[in-house]
Design a protein around this ligand. Structure first.
Ligand code: PLP
Length: 391
C-alpha cells in the first residue's frame, strides 16, 4: 500500500512552519500527542493534579501496554522514565560489578553511557573493553565473539549511534550474548520508533528508549525494558516509596515489576502523551515507517553526494534515517545556523557525543540531517538546493 504522506503531514502541525530534519534530536509531534498532553495539563489546572491523574488512570496505564506491544514484551517489564539516559542508567547502575569484571562495548557508544562506564570502572575496578568495528563500520561480530571469556559481565552497545546512519547488528550481538550467558544492555534511543524492534528477536536483557525522537512523543519521556527473570535480580540504584514498600521500621520491600526503576512523582501529561505517540506509530506500522525513512535517507545521501565539497559520513552495512555530512572548510555550526535562516532544522553531532568514533575518524563534528516518514521527497530536494546555493 502507498504511504499516505498527505495524511502524515496534515496530522503534523509543524510541517507548515519548518523543514524539519532534526528528528534524531526531537521529532515533530502529531496533533493527537499534542492534544493529549495539553488536555491533561488543562485537566490538572481545572481539577487538581492528583485528581486529574486518577481520572486519567486508564490513559496513564495504557503507556505500559503500548510500549510492551511496540517491542514485544509484557507490560510489567516496562518502566516509564524521563529520558533514555536515566532509563539506561537505572539498569546499568543496578549491575553489581566487581574488580576485573569486563564491560564490552563498541566504538559508536553514546557519550553518557561511556561516561557511566568510566564512572563505574573507577568506583569498582571493572574494565571497559571497546570492540573494534568491521570494515563496514559496524561493531565487529568476530572481534566481539573472540573477546568473550568468563570475566565478561556485560555487553552494552548502541543500536543506532547519535552521529550517523549506522545500524549496529543488534540481534547478532544478542546471539553472542545469549550463547555466552552474558547480560546484554541495548541503547535503542535512536532506533525505537524508527524501525521494528522485538526484544525477543534481538535477545537483549535490557533496553532503553526515549519518547521525543523517532517515537514523536513529548520531551522528558522515555522507557526501560528489563527481561522479567532479571528484574528481581537487579536492585535499582535509588529507591523511593513507589519502587519499594516501607514494610517495617527497619525494612523495605522492593516491588517485583519493572516499575521498581521508576519514581513516584512523574510527568503524567508526558506519560499519557508517550502512550498516544506509541499507539500512533503502531497505526502507521513500523515496517512501513522504516521503509519510508530509509528510502528518504537514501535519496538525501544520493543527492548530497552530487554536491561539490560535501562528504557523506555514514557508516555501516545497514543505514537508517540519520544522514551525516561535512562540507569542506565550513564549520558544521555555521551550516546549521545558515540553514536555520531558511527555516530548515538540522543539528550538529560533535566529538563530545561519540568521542571514540569521532577520534578514530579524525572528525570534530558532522552536520546531522535526520529524516522521518512525514518528510517529503520535495523537502529533500529543497534541502539540497538550499545547501548548494549557500555553500
Ligand atoms: C544513541 C543515543 N543514546 C542515548 C541518548 C540520550 O537520550 P536522552 O536524551 O533521551 O536521555 C541519545 C540522545 O541523543 C542518543 O542519540
Amino acid at each position: 500500500m502507498a504511504f499516505d504522506l498527505s495524511r502524515a503531514r496534515r496530522e503534523t502541525p509543524g510541517c507548515e512552519n519548518v523543514l524539519h530534519f532534526n528528528n534524531a534530536g526531537a521529532a515533530l509531534m502529531p496533533h493527537c500527542v499534542l492534544d493529549a498532553v495539553v488536555n491533561h495539563l488543562n485537566l490538572e489546572a481545572q481539577i487538581g493534579g492528583y485528581e486529574a491523574a486518577a481520572r486519567a488512570q486508564e490513559s496513564v496505564e495504557r503507556v505500559y501496554a503500548a510500549a510492551a506491544q511496540l517491542i514485544g514484551c509484557e507490560a510489567d517489564e516496562i518502566a516509564i522514565i524521563e529520558n533514555a539516559t536515566r532509563a539506561w542508567d537505572m539498569a546499568f547502575y543496578a549491575i553489581p560489578f566487581k574488580p576485573g569484571d569486563r564491560i564490552l562495548t563498541a566504538i559508536s557508544e553514546y557519550a553518557s553511557n561511556y561516561i557511566a562506564f568510566l564512572h563505574v570502572a573507577q568506583r569498582t575496578g571493572a574494565i571497559i573493553d571497546v570492540i573494534p568495528n568491521d570494515a563496514s563500520g559496524q561493531v565487529s561480530l568476530e572481534a566481539l565473539q573472540n573477546s568473550i571469556d568468563d570475566r565478561v559481565k556485560l555487553i552494552a552497545v548502541t543500536h543506532v549511534p547519535t552521529n550517523g546512519g549506522l545500524v549496529n547488528p543488534a540481534a547478532a550481538v544478542g546471539k553472542i550474548a545469549r550463547d555466552a550467558g552474558v547480560l546484554y544492555l541495548l541503547d535503542a534511543c535512536q532506533s525505537v520508533g524508527q524501525m521494528p524492534i522485538d526484544v525477543n528477536v534481538i535477545g537483549c536483557d535490557m533496553l532503553s528508549a526515549t519518547g521525543r525522537k523517532y517515537l514523536r512523543g513529548p520531551r522528558g519521556t522515555g522507557f526501560l525494558y528489563v527481561r522479567r527473570p532479571l528484574i528481581e535480580q537487579l536492585e535499582p540504584p535509588f529507591l523511593d516509596l513507589h519502587a519499594a514498600d516501607w514494610v517495617a521500621v527497619n525494612q523495605y520491600q522492593i516491588r517485583s515489576d519493572a516499575r521498581r526503576f521508576e519514581t513516584w512523582e512523574t510527568n503524567y501529561a508526558g506519560k499519557i502523551g508517550l502512550g498516544v505517540a506509541i499507539d500512533y506509530a503502531r497505526q502507521w506500522e513500523l515496517t512501513a515507517i522504516y521503509a519510508r525513512i530509509t528510502a528518504l535517507a537514501r535519496q538525501l545521501r544520493d543527492q548530497l553526494m552530487t554536491l561539490p565539497n560535501v562528504v557523506v559520513q555514514d557508516l555501516g552495512e545497514e543505514q537508517c534515517g540519520i544522514v551525516t555530512f561535512t562540507v569542506a572548510d565550513k564549520p558544521s555550526e555555521q551550516i546549521k545556523h545558515t540553514l536555520s535562516l531558511s527555516d530548515i532544522n538540522v543539528s550538529v553531532s560533535s566529538l563530545l557525543y561519540a568521542r571514540l568514533d569521532m577520534e578514530v575518524r579524525g572528525n570534530l563534528d558532522f552536520v546531522r540531517a535526520s529524516v522521518h516518514y512525514y518528510n517529503s521527497e520535495a523537502e529533500v530536494d529543497q534541502f539540497c538546493r538550499t545547501l548548494a546555493s549557500i555553500f
